[in-house]
Write a new protein. Structure first.
Length: 455
């Protein structure tokens, strides 16, 4: 209901803003003006505030929730000596599902070639790209000339020299590794001390859960705010903006393909894994995960959704805290099937738009770079765009001169980025949750998705 009310309010606000633009204005400027009319309105300010407070509430929980749940999970696993096995299975699941999703995207984008226009010419060939300049400059400044090598720095961040700073900056990967270490060695110290610390961590965990419940109770209101703010702004920006008219079929086909590929992964591949490998009823799992899917969809951030994902997987799907506490926080940063798929489709689409023919080897490189960068992408809105620049730079280095500047085509992605971001984030967190279910089942957990309320 929150999603629908938010979307409706946003739509109406967008229509009013567009109606307020003077006639005969240049379309590109009209879009910017309409978006300004929306963001200056007091309704927008209020809705944006509601949405933002909800996201801040979720983010507030992340650090204590991730650290305590991982420590507790690892202490429990450590006691049974299954850590290596669990870790191995988790990584195998993450890598293989991300790879499958990339391959789905790769196949569709090659079959439909949305970037190729009439006569096989790229839709951007010979076009004036100045209209994209400002959009592109914003993302590029974020990427700061990063190459694939720099992107691997995320692995460096796995060892944070200062754990307080890592927590303050929300560097989840570093925190996860530190929590793993703490949990592991906690399970190997003198039992008296161990009991004291574990009790303390458990206490903090319980309190964090209570706060999570409170924030979740406010979710419907937050979701109204988030959706209304996003949709009103997007509508106002795009409706009067005819800049993209000439490319619109290509861009819309691209968005359609990315969407279709995401949906194939979400509604065919992942449920098959649940059915065949985890041997559970996928419909039950969708039902259990509905709140998390909707939160992911409205926030476009896997990290912000993490508290809801954990709540759904543990309380509604019945996966133990031991498994979920380890698999989900790691998955929220490392396993992004939707993002990996989107990166691959988007990068190839831009190459097609410039009429650049990619060899098999170059496509293979895109697949691998999409896989690696999706591990490093942060779980925040629009994070993939930076990774796409990295991929395009890598392709660029392989092209013989004179070659078009591929990153200049990034503007094509802006039109549908937000709605696609909402969908890929939902796919990202759903894949994490399927991983938790699969691994829980393989560890012999019997209460997963049985339809009975878990204890
Ligand atoms: N918004 C995505 C997430 O948080 C990342 C991305 O694809 O931009 O999972």
């Amino acid at each position: 209901l929150g999603l629908m009310i938010g979307a409706a309010i946003g739509y109406v606000m967008g229509i009013f803003a567009v109606a307020g633009i003077p006639d005969g204005m240049e379309p590109g400027k009209a879009g910017v003006l309409a978006a300004e009319i929306v963001t200056d309105s007091s309704a927008y300010l209020l809705l944006d505030l509601l949405g933002d407070m909800f996201i801040r509430g979720l983010k507030l929980i992340i650090v204590p929730l991730v650290t305590t749940s991982i420590v507790l999970s690892i202490v429990n696993i450590g006691a049974q000596k299954g850590f290596g096995r669990l870790g191995g299975k988790t990584l195998l699941y993450y890598l293989s599902t991300s790879l499958i999703s990339i391959l789905i995207g790769l196949t569709l984008v090659n079959i439909f070639a949305p970037g190729s226009g009439a006569g096989g010419k790229g839709i951007l060939e010979g076009r004036d790209l100045s209209a994209f300049a400002s959009d592109q400059a914003t993302v590029q400044s974020k990427a700061g000339g990063k190459t694939a090598g720099d992107f691997l720095n995320v692995f460096r961040e796995m060892v944070p020299p200062n754990v307080v700073k890592a927590a303050a900056e929300g560097q989840l990967l570093g925190l996860i590794i530190v929590s793993l270490l703490v949990g592991y060695f906690l399970s190997r110290i003198n039992t008296d001390l161990q009991t004291v610390i574990v009790r303390l961590v458990e206490g903090i965990y319980q309190v964090t859960l209570k706060i999570t419940h409170l924030v979740l109770r406010l979710a419907p209101i937050g979701v109204v705010g988030l959706l209304a703010a996003t949709i009103s702004q997007q509508y106002a920006k795009l409706a009067p903006d005819q800049r993209f008219d000439q490319f619109i079929t290509g861009i819309a086909t691209f968005a359609g393909i990315a969407f279709a590929a995401l949906m194939i992964h979400l509604f065919m591949v992942l449920p098959l894994i649940l059915l065949l490998l985890a041997k559970v009823n996928p419909v039950r799992h969708y039902r259990a995960m509905a709140p998390a899917l909707m939160t992911a969809f409205s926030t476009a951030s896997s990290s912000a959704t993490l508290p809801v994902t954990m709540e759904c997987v543990e309380k509604r799907a019945g996966v133990s805290n031991k498994t979920a506490g380890f698999v989900l926080p790691l998955g929220a940063t490392v396993n992004m099937d939707g993002t990996a798929l989107y990166e691959c489709v988007a990068a190839i689409f831009i190459c097609q738009a410039f009429g650049v023919e990619l060899t098999m080897a170059q496509q293979f490189m895109i697949v691998i770079t999409a896989l690696l960068t999706s591990v490093g992408v942060a779980g925040v809105p629009a994070a993939s765009l930076v990774a796409i620049i990295v991929i395009l730079n890598a392709v660029q280095n392989q092209l013989a001169a004179p070659a078009p500047m591929l990153v200049a085509g990034l503007g094509l992605l802006f039109v549908f980025d937000r709605p696609l971001d909402m969908c890929r984030t939902a796919v990202n967190i759903f894949s994490d949750s399927c991983g938790a279910v699969l691994i829980a089942r393989s560890e012999g957990e019997a209460n997963v998705l049985t339809g009975e309320a878990p204890a």
